[in-house]
Design a protein. Structure first.
Length: 154
């Protein structure tokens, strides 16, 4: 089947019920998307499906056909970090780092829809679990990236 992944059309030989997570990792070697819980609870596997954050561990490949999939590998461009990735570094968000690709993808979807998110917007959008508890730094990084993406204007 043909899928659109990170802006490219890709031919994938996957069973229709295979989770998008395993198709990405095992068939396409896009290993930035992580397996966490397998039950759509933790968010480590978050990718964008037609611009919406989804938990790829429970989305079958058949549901992704005809839709655009974006993974963490597409977040930066031309060798440059995305504003969120830079903010994550500047705010020292990662601890163990395992949940971070899913967190970044959830944050990117938020900023695409709300370029000036409030703390409440961030809390509502960021349902990913972080065992290290870096939630305050995540919020700070999202605010920093939002400001950067707006060209530094408040």
């Amino acid at each position: 089947m043909q899928l659109s992944i990170n802006g490219k059309t890709v031919e994938v030989d996957a069973a229709p019920d295979m989770p998008v997570l395993w198709m990405l990792r095992d068939l396409l070697n896009l290993t930035g998307t992580k397996y966490g819980c397998g039950m759509a609870l933790c968010g480590a596997c978050t990718v964008h499906l037609d611009g919406q954050p989804v938990r790829s561990c429970v989305v079958p490949v058949s549901a992704a056909q005809g839709k655009a999939i974006k993974t963490i590998e597409s977040l930066g461009a031309n060798g440059r970090l995305h504003a969120l990735q830079q903010a994550w570094i500047d705010e020292q968000v990662p601890q163990c780092g395992y949940c971070q690709s899913g967190m970044l993808m959830a944050a990117a979807a938020l900023l695409e829809h709300k370029p000036r998110p409030s703390d409440a917007d961030i809390d509502a959008a960021m349902t990913n679990l972080c065992r290290c508890g870096s939630y305050q730094r995540v919020r700070s990084a999202i605010h920093r990236a939002a400001l950067e993406l707006r060209g530094g204007s408040a």
